[in-house]
Ligand binder design. Structure first.
Ligand SMILES: Nc1nc2c(ncn2[C@@H]2O[C@H](COP(=O)(O)OP(=O)(O)OP(=O)(O)O)[C@@H](O)[C@H]2O)c(=O)[nH]1
Length: 616
């Protein structure tokens, strides 16, 4: 390990004046992880030999998708004017779904590097993360990245950034995370511009939990930011929300691997291991204090984010249900934004209704469950929360279409979001057309610099969660970027469309859609299921209905003869092989009433991609 790296491991001097806590925030793909890589190398924490791209992106999914999902904290040493500082840097995710991760990282810092791709300029997430950082009173250091790119236009975007956050264009730093150019000057600016953390070393200890990860070998690893007092190894600590007391088995810093130190003082960022295996003992936002001299007031915790999208998760093999429950408990530890509760479906059996921050969050969680816990799952179509007022003035909250009350409905209201879309001005027309088709109402349009426009809409969340982002990207050659935030509920003419097989309703295929789109949904689903359901010994009528009214129908014709008919008199092995094949096939079937529906029918019928296949 390099001398600097060894230096980084010593706990910072008790004087927090030599500590700087900062994060890197930006729009997705503007280069946070690559810049973090260069910082790890330039400060000597990771040698050139050990360096690999996106070093801090730990999860396979992060590395495969090239996106950051979990905020990783790392300590780096940096000297300026003969003094050595401990820089605690937090790399953050850029996607709109992971704003919660960003907001937790920001609360542990005093400053933020606002990174903008010098070839793309300011994007929706740049603005969204900037507003979050300003809400946390962070010192902002504006930086243009990727200035090595031929398409980079730093002069143009320095002006844009300066007009956005104040200051002069010449104050905007210009770096390349790829080549390392300008990064040393940036580290100097971090030391010079970001205030050091403040706190009372003699007050009762208080540390804020800003992340926690479940490690199969070490149990729960809790990441904290020290506010007051200090923590030492072997100390007995207390979680203020549960009053639970634990022995501190290990305390240290990530530099970038977890490395034990002699303790943590005011302003420091590090990790604690207590050997606890129960995932609920270490809640993000909780305050850690010492058992011997506990603090009286807990720190302001995080507000758990409101899930924006719901989907039913069901194990394909019903006996995997307990494994799914434990897996969700474990994921919840490292992803506090995950909300779930048991749910049953006539067609799919026992599962969970899971709340996510957005579609990418849904995809990532489903992928993590399949990969880290070897679970084969069906995810029902994503839906949002509706408030349904019935004739007797009761208001029913519906997060699953099957909860939609039957009988006379007085009003249905749906969640709305305020949408911000940034794109080159040439795409304004196609974007407005798309938003209009999703029941969007234009709030305003502003020019940012000469050729970019920010469009603001209110739109039903239900019109965004499925494929709006994909359509927005494909209509604008990927140039448009999107951000949204909740903006209350609004009444709308919504109906529940049911799908019936042989007259039996299949709850997994029900959906709540706007009346104007009900017929199209019914036709789409009946046509799709006709392609996916194999022929049976009898005809299978497939119908779409609103209440008792049938709005679309298809049917799967009966199989003409017994599958063995053609081999009577044939040799016994062939007959046995055919029966074996038929039995194998049955294993993958879900019985819905008397109809055998293959698993892939549910998956294909519920996933958006079949829609695009249809379109193609
Ligand atoms: N030419 C050039 N490419 C860069 C530079 N920095 C990053 N990239 C490339 O830009 C892409 C995104 O880089 P990342 O560092 O993963 O971006 P990110 O902001 O961390 O992405 P998320 O974590 O998903 O938000 C990668 O292909 C990088 O190789 C740079 O300074 N110059």
């Amino acid at each position: 390990m390099s001398p600097q790296a060894v230096k980084a491991l010593e706990p910072a001097s008790t004087d927090p004046a030599f500590i700087r806590n900062f994060c890197i925030i930006a729009h997705i793909d503007h280069g946070k992880s690559t810049l973090a890589d260069r910082m790890l190398q330039i400060t000597g924490v990771v040698s050139d030999r050990d360096m690999r791209a996106q070093y801090l992106d730990r999860m396979d999914i992060e590395r495969e998708r090239g996106i950051t999902i979990k905020s990783q904290a790392v300590r780096m040493p940096w000297s300026l004017n003969g003094e050595t500082f401990a820089l605690n840097m937090i790399d953050t995710p850029g996607h709109v779904d992971f704003t919660y991760e960003v907001s937790r990282s920001l609360a542990a810092c005093e400053g933020a590097i606002l990174l903008v791709d010098a070839a793309q300029g300011i994007e929706a997430q740049t603005l969204a993360n900037l507003y979050l950082a300003l809400e946390n009173d962070l010192e902002i250091i504006p930086v243009l990245n990727k200035i090595d790119l031929p398409a980079a236009d730093p002069d143009k975007y320095a002006k844009e950034l300066a007009s956005l956050i104040g200051g002069k264009p010449e104050d905007v730093l210009r770096v390349s995370g790829k080549t390392g150019m300008g990064v040393e000057e940036l580290l100097d600016r971090v030391v010079g511009r970001i205030p050091n953390p403040v706190g009372d070393p003699d007050a009762p200890t208080r540390a804020m939990i800003f992340d926690s990860v479940y490690d199969t070998y070490r149990g729960v690893v809790t990441y904290v930011r020290m506010i007051d007092g200090q923590l030492s190894p072997r100390e007995r600590i207390q979680m203020m929300s549960t009053r639970a007391v634990h022995d501190l088995l290990e305390i240290g810093v990530s530099s970038p691997e977890p490395t034990p130190t002699k303790g943590l003082g005011v302003g420091e960022v590090g990790y604690l291991i207590t050997g606890v295996k129960d995932v609920r003992q270490s809640k993000v936002g909780d305050t850690v204090t010492t058992a011997v001299k506990p603090a009286t007031d807990a720190l302001p915790g995080y507000t758990d984010p409101k899930p924006m999208v719901f989907s039913g998760l069901y194990p394909i093999d019903g006996s995997d249900y307990p494994i799914l429950r434990d897996a969700l408990d474990k994921l919840k530890l490292s992803d506090a934004s995950l909300n779930y509760e048991p749910e049953t479906s006539v067609a799919l059996g026992f599962g969970f209704r899971v709340g996510f921050l957005g579609l990418l969050h849904l995809e990532i969680v489903t992928e993590r469950l399949q990969r880290e816990f070897d679970l084969d799952l069906i995810a029902t179509a994503p839906s949002v929360t509706y408030e349904v007022k019935t004739e007797d003035k009761q208001v029913v909250t519906v997060t699953n279409p099957s909860e939609f009350p039957s009988g006379k409905i007085l009003e249905v209201s749906e969640p709305m979001v305020k949408v911000g879309i940034l794109a080159p001005k040439d795409y304004v027309g196609t974007i407005m057309e798309l938003c209009q088709s999703r029941r969007g109402a234009l709030l305003g349009m502003e020019y940012l610099g000469e050729d970019r426009v920010e469009l603001r809409y209110t739109m039903p969340l239900g019109e965004i969660v499925f494929d709006f982002f994909d359509h927005l990207k494909s209509r604008t050659q990927g140039y448009a970027s999107l951000d949204y935030e909740p903006s209350g509920q609004q009444a709308a003419d919504l109906v529940k469309v049911d799908i019936l097989l042989q007259g039996d309703q299949v709850d997994a295929f029900s959906a709540i859609v706007h009346r104007e789109k009900a017929y199209a949904y019914g036709v789409l689903m009946t046509e799709r299921l006709k392609k996916l359901i194999p022929r049976q010994q009898f005809e299978v009528p497939i119908q779409a209905a609103i209440g008792a009214r049938i709005i679309a129908r298809e049917s799967v014709r009966a199989m003409r003869k017994d599958v063995l008919a053609k081999c009577y008199g044939g040799d016994i092995t062939r007959k046995r092989k055919l029966l074996e094949k038929q039995k194998e096939g049955k294993k993958r079937m879900k019985m819905v009433g008397k109809v055998e529906v293959p698993q892939e029918a549910f998956i294909a019928a519920l996933s958006g991609d079949v829609e695009t296949k249809d379109k193609k």
